[in-house]
Write a protein that binds this ligand. Structure first.
Ligand SMILES: *[C@@H]1O[C@H](CO)[C@@H](O)[C@H](O)[C@H]1NC(C)=O
Ligand SMILES: *[C@@H]1O[C@H](CO)[C@@H](O)[C@H](O)[C@H]1NC(C)=O
Ligand SMILES: *[C@@H]1O[C@H](CO)[C@@H](O)[C@H](O)[C@H]1NC(C)=O
Ligand SMILES: *[C@@H]1O[C@H](CO)[C@@H](O)[C@H](O)[C@H]1NC(C)=O
Ligand SMILES: *[C@@H]1O[C@H](CO)[C@@H](O)[C@H](O)[C@H]1NC(C)=O
Ligand SMILES: *[C@@H]1O[C@H](CO)[C@@H](O)[C@H](O)[C@H]1NC(C)=O
Ligand SMILES: *[C@@H]1O[C@H](CO)[C@@H](O)[C@H](O)[C@H]1NC(C)=O
Ligand SMILES: *[C@@H]1O[C@H](CO)[C@@H](O)[C@H](O)[C@H]1NC(C)=O
Ligand SMILES: *[C@@H]1O[C@H](CO)[C@@H](O)[C@H](O)[C@H]1NC(C)=O
Length: 798
C-alpha cells in the first residue's frame, strides 16, 4: 500500500518537474536574459564551458566551475581568451572540489554537492534566503550573478559580496572590503586588504591588526563606485580616482572595466577591449594606486627588503647581510638570522664582537625605538655599543635605531638614507658557506673566470652608454622638483627656540592654555608666511630621546579631523610644539560661550561625526594607537571651514603620571570637588585605562554637542537639568527627548534619538559595555541597529 502511494507521489513530482523545465526551456530560447530555472545544474568540465557554466547573454561572463589547482572552484569569470579572468569566487577559502561535484539551483538557493558533503550553500549573506525562496537565477551582462524570488525580485547578488574585484556598475559600500588573491592563479584570500574604515579607503598589509597602512584614499569616502564608463569614483565628495576617458573604445568594440586589488597589494583599474565575441581581448592597466610596487608594505616578509626592477612592476625580496630566506622557493616569506645572538645580559665583551655592514638607499618603516642627532660615524658606532640595536638608519643628522624584526624594508635609488646592519666580526662571507670542497672551488673558479672575461667586454661597451645616461639623468635631476623619500616619511621640522620666539613676536599673544602649557599664535617666516599655533610645553618628560620618539608618532598622524603637528623645538629644558593654526577657536567656545546663538542642528551632527572619526583614527588607524585620555570640547578645535579637529593627542605619555588625572577643568559651575566631567570612572579607581576611557569622554562630548550645553550647568530652570547625563537619561526614559533641544529648530528626531542612544551607551560605567569607536560610527550612521541602552550610573555629585 504505502509503496504504491509513494510511487504515485514520485510520479507526480517527476511529471511536474518535467513540465517546469520544459516551460523554462521554451522561455530560455526566447528570452535574452538567459534565465536559469530551478533544477538546473552544472558539473565541472575543462573542455566544455557550456556544460560547466551559465553564460551571460553577451557571452562575456560565465558563472560556474573553473579550474583551481588540481580541482575546481565556483565563481564568475570574465571570458578573456586565451586566459580567463576570475572576478568573483564563492567560498574562496574552501579547498577546491573534485570533478565529481555538481551545482544545483534549488528553492534554497544554489547548492554545491561534492564527495562526502551535501548541499554546501554557494549563495549566502544578510539578505538571507530563509524568508524568500529562490525562483530563478541569472548571469547578467554586467558580471553580476543574481538569484530571483518567485516574482523576479533580486534576493541575492554576487555584487554584494566582492572578493578582490569590483566591475563596472558595482559599488563597494561602507562595510565592505576587498581582499587580494593569494597569487595570479590561486583565488583564495591573499595577504592584502582594502578597507573602508573611518571614512578613508585604506590598503592594509598582511594581518591588518598591526595597522600599518600603505595607501589611503585622497579624500574621505563612504562608497567606492566603478561606473560602466570606467570612472572610479569616491563618494560622498565625488572625487574621480581614475577614469577610462583616455581609452575610448573604437567602433564595434565592447569595453569592460574592472578594479582589482591584485595579489601584490596594488589596486589597479583595468580595461578589457573585445573586438567581436570569442576573439582575443586586449587588456590595459589604466591606473594603479601605487607607482612603486615596493610601497605595498608586507610584500616582502620580516627581515627582508623590497627592490623593484627598473621600469616594471616586478619586485625582488632580498635578505639583509647575516640573514637567509625562510623558504628559498618563496622569497616573499622573509628571512632569518644565521648566527645566534650573544644576548644582552652577561659578558659585555661578547656583544661587542660585531661590525656593521652598510646598505645605501635603505628605508625601514617600522618604528625606531630611538631617534637621536648624531653624525654618520657616531650613528653606526652607537648601534655597536647598544646590545638591543640590530640596525640603524642614518639620514641628515638623524640616527634611528631598530630592533629585530625589521619590517617593510625598501631600497630604491631615490631614498637618501643609509642603513647599517649589525653582523658578527668574523661573520663568514655568504660564499664561504656554500663552498665546501676543493673541486667545487675549481669549477667555480673556471666558470667565474670566463664570466669575468665576458663581463669585462660587456662593461667596456656599456660604459660609454652609461656615461651618456648619467649626464642626461643629472640634468633631469636639476630641473625636476624632487620630493625626497624621507620627506614623505618624516615631515616634522625642527625649529630653533629663537626662530619660534621671532615667529610669535616674543610669545606675545596667548590664544589658549591647556593641561600641557600655553599656546601662542605665530607666523613662520619664509615662503607663505604660514600662521601657526606654538605650544610651550610645561612639566614634560626630561629625556630628549623619549620626547622625540613620542612626537614622531604624533607627527605620523594625518587625518582631516586631527590637528596636524608641523614641527618641534627642543633646546635644553625648553620644549615646544608647532601646530597648524585653527582659526575658529574651540568647540567649547562654539557650544558654551555664545549663549543663545546656537550652532545649527545640521552643523552639530557634522561635528559629532568629525570628532568620532578623529577618535577612530587615533584608536584604530595606521601606524599608531593613541589613547587621547583628555578629550573635551576645550581641545577640539575648529578650522576655517568649521571642521572639528582634535588636538592634544599623544601628549599624555609625555607627562609624568601624576598630572594625568588631576584636571578639574570642564566641570565648571562651582562643583570643584568633582573629577573632570569628561574622564571615565576608571580613572578614579586607578583601574587599567583602555580606549574605552576615551569612549566615555566622547559620550559626554556628544551629549554636550547635541544638547548644546555644558555637562554641568547651574543656570537652569529646574534642578533636574543641572547634570546633563541625568537630564538626558530622564528625558530618554520618559520618551521626551524633544525637551533636550527645545530651542532648536529643524531637529531631526530620528537622528536625535540615535545620537542620544549612542551617547548613553558610551557613558556606561562598565567599560566593557561601551562600544568601540567603529561601532559608534556605524550606529550613528544608522548602518547598525542600536539596542536600548541601560540607564547609566550617574557620576556622584560632591
Ligand atoms: C518567461 O519570461 C518572461 C519575461 O522574461 C516572464 O515574464 C515569464 O514569467 C517567464 N515564464 C516562465 C515560465 O518562466
Ligand atoms: C557541451 O555541453 C553541452 C551541454 O551539456 C552539450 O549540449 C554540448 O554538446 C557539449 N559540447 C561539446 C563540444 O561537447
Ligand atoms: C568520481 O566518482 C567515481 C565513482 O564514484 C570515482 O571512481 C572517481 O574516482 C571519482 N573521481 C574523483 C576525481 O574523485
Ligand atoms: C519577492 O520579494 C518581494 C520583495 O521582498 C516580495 O514583495 C514578494 O512577495 C516576493 N515574492 C515571492 C513569490 O516570494
Ligand atoms: C599572519 O598571521 C598568521 C596567524 O596569526 C601567521 O601564521 C602568519 O605568519 C602571519 N603573516 C604574516 C605575514 O605575518
Ligand atoms: C560615469 O561617471 C562620470 C563622472 O561622474 C560621468 O560623467 C558619466 O556619465 C558616468 N557614466 C555613466 C554611464 O553613468
Ligand atoms: C580623467 O583622468 C585624467 C587623468 O588620467 C584626468 O586628467 C581627467 O581630468 C579625468 N577626467 C575626469 C572627467 O575626471
Ligand atoms: C560595425 O558593425 C556593423 C554591423 O555589424 C558593420 O556594418 C560596420 O561596418 C562595422 N564597423 C566597423 C568599423 O567595423
Ligand atoms: C661624535 O663623536 C666624537 C668623538 O667620539 C665627538 O667628538 C663628536 O662630537 C661626536 N659627534 C656628534 C655629532 O655627536
Amino acid at each position: 500500500m504505502a509503496s504504491s502511494v509513494e510511487v504515485g507521489v514520485m510520479f507526480l513530482l517527476i511529471f511536474t518537474l518535467i513540465m517546469i523545465s520544459a516551460k523554462a526551456e521554451r522561455n530560455r530560447s526566447t528570452s535574452t536574459s538567459n534565465l536559469i530555472s530551478l533544477g538546473s545544474s552544472l558539473t565541472p568540465n575543462v573542455h566544455n564551458l557550456t556544460a560547466s557554466s551559465w553564460l551571460s547573454s553577451s557571452g562575456r561572463f560565465a558563472f560556474g566551475f573553473y579550474q583551481q589547482g588540481n580541482g575546481f572552484a565556483v565563481g564568475v569569470q570574465l571570458l578573456t581568451p586565451p586566459q580567463n579572468t576570475v572576478v568573483w569566487t564563492a567560498n574562496r577559502d574552501d579547498p577546491p572540489v573534485s570533478s565529481n561535484s555538481t551545482l544545483t539551483l534549488t528553492r534554497d538557493g544554489l547548492l554545491l554537492r561534492t564527495e562526502g558533503r551535501q548541499g554546501i550553500p554557494i549563495t549566502y549573506g544578510p539578505s538571507s534566503l530563509s524568508d524568500s525562496s529562490t525562483g530563478a537565477a541569472a548571469m547578467l551582462d554586467s558580471g553580476n550573478f543574481v538569484l530571483y524570488n518567485g516574482s523576479r525580485v533580486v534576493i541575492w547578488e554576487s555584487f554584494g559580496f566582492p572578493t578582490d574585484t569590483i566591475l563596472g556598475g558595482q559599488d563597494m559600500k561602507y562595510d565592505m572590503s576587498l581582499v587580494s588573491s593569494a597569487s595570479v592563479s590561486d583565488h583564495s584570500s591573499g595577504r592584502f586588504s582594502l578597507q573602508m574604515l573611518n571614512g578613508d579607503l585604506v590598503g592594509y598589509p598582511p594581518n591588518s591588526t598591526d595597522y600599518y597602512c600603505y595607501w589611503t584614499s585622497p579624500s574621505s569616502v563612504n562608497q567606492l563606485s566603478l561606473n560602466i564608463s570606467g570612472f572610479l569614483i569616491l563618494y560622498d565628495q565625488t572625487l574621480n580616482l581614475a577614469n577610462g576617458s583616455y581609452h575610448r573604445p573604437q567602433d564595434n568594440q565592447t569595453t569592460l572595466y574592472r578594479a582589482t586589488l591584485d595579489y601584490d597589494g596594488n589596486f589597479r583599474l583595468y580595461l578589457h577591449n573585445f573586438l567581436t565575441t570569442g576573439s582575443a581581448a586586449r587588456v590595459v592597466v589604466i591606473w594603479s594606486a601605487l607607482q612603486d610596487p615596493c610601497d605595498a608594505k608586507g610584500i616582502c616578509g620580516f627581515n627582508s627588503y623590497c627592490q623593484a626592477a627598473k621600469a616594471s612592476q616586478d619586485v625582488e625580496c632580498k635578505c639583509y647581510p647575516g640573514f637567509v630566506y625562510n623558504d628559498a622557493s618563496d622569497k616573499s616569506l622573509g628571512c632569518y638570522q644565521t648566527f645566534t645572538q650573544n644576548g644582552c645580559t652577561g659578558n659585555e665583551e661578547l656583544w661587542r664582537q660585531y661590525k656593521v655592514e652598510a646598505l645605501d638607499n635603505m628605508w625601514w618603516q617600522n618604528h625606531a625605538y630611538s631617534v637621536t642627532d648624531l653624525n654618520k660615524e657616531n650613528c653606526s658606532n652607537s648601534c655597536l655599543e647598544d646590545c638591543n640595536c640590530w640596525a640603524v638608519l642614518y639620514t641628515d643628522a638623524d640616527c634611528r635605531k631598530y630592533n629585530l624584526p625589521l619590517l617593510y624594508g625598501k631600497r630604491s635609488s631615490n631614498i637618501l638614507s643609509r642603513g647599517f646592519i649589525k653582523v658578527p666580526l668574523h661573520f663568514p662571507h655568504p660564499s664561504d658557506l656554500i663552498i665546501k670542497n676543493d673541486s667545487l672551488i675549481l669549477i667555480l673558479a673556471i666558470s667565474l673566470g670566463s664570466i669575468a672575461f665576458l663581463c669585462f667586454v660587456f662593461a667596456i661597451s656599456s660604459f660609454t652608454i652609461y656615461m651618456h645616461r648619467v649626464r642626461r639623468y643629472k640634468s633631469l635631476m636639476k630641473h625636476s622638483n624632487l620630493t625626497l623619500a624621507e620627506q614623505e616619511y618624516f615631515t616634522l621640522k625642527s625649529f630653533s627656540y629663537s626662530e619660534l620666539e621671532r615667529a610669535t613676536d616674543g610669545f606675545k599673544e596667548e590664544i589658549g592654555r591647556g593641561t600641557f602649557g600655553a599656546v601662542y599664535i605665530g607666523t613662520l617666516s619664509g615662503s607663505g608666511k604660514k600662521i601657526v599655533a606654538v605650544k610651550r610645553l610645561e612639566k614634560v618628560v626630561e629625556g630628549v630621546r623619549e620626547f622625540k620618539a613620542e612626537i614622531t608618532t604624533i607627527g605620523r598622524t594625518h587625518h582631516r579631523n586631527l590637528v596636524q603637528l608641523l614641527g618641534f623645538c627642543i633646546e635644553g629644558s625648553r620644549k615646544l610644539l608647532v601646530y597648524e593654526y585653527m582659526s575658529n577657536g574651540s568647540l567649547a567656545d562654539l557650544l558654551f560661550k555664545a549663549k543663545g546663538v546656537h550652532s545649527s542642528w545640521k552643523e552639530r551632527v557634522g561635528l559629532v561625526f568629525d570628532v568620532a572619526k578623529g577618535v577612530l583614527y587615533l584608536h584604530d588607524e595606521c601606524s599608531v594607537h593613541i589613547i587621547h585620555s583628555n578629550l573635551k570640547p576645550q581641545n577640539i578645535l575648529l578650522d576655517h571651514t568649521r571642521t572639528a579637529k582634535i588636538s592634544d593627542f599623544g601628549l599624555a605619555r609625555l607627562v609624568p603620571n601624576e598630572t594625568k588625572i588631576n584636571s578639574t577643568e570642564g566641570g565648571g559651575g562651582g562643583v570643584q570637588q568633582m573629577r573632570s566631567g569628561y574622564s571615565a570612572p576608571e580613572w578614579q579607581k586607578n583601574a587599567l585605562i583602555s580606549v574605552k576611557a576615551d569612549i566615555y569622554s566622547f559620550g559626554i562630548v556628544l551629549l554636550e554637542i547635541v544638547c548644546c550645553r555644558r555637562n554641568i550647568e547651574v543656570n537652569v530652570s529646574t534642578p533636574d537639568e543641572i547634570v546633563l547625563l541625568s537630564w538626558v537619561s530622564k528625558c530618554f526614559a520618559a520618551g521626551e527627548i524633544g525637551k533636550l533641544v527645545e530651542e532648536d529648530e529643524n531637529v531631526d528626531l530620528k537622528t536625535l534619538e540615535r545620537m542620544i542612544k549612542v551617547g548613553l551607551w558610551c557613558v556606561q560605567h562598565d567599560p566593557a559595555l561601551r562600544p568601540f569607536m567603529k561601532n559608534v560610527i556605524l550606529m550613528l550612521e544608522g548602518t547598525m541597529d542600536i539596542p536600548v541602552p541601560p540607564c547609566p550610573e550617574l557620576p556622584s555629585l560632591v
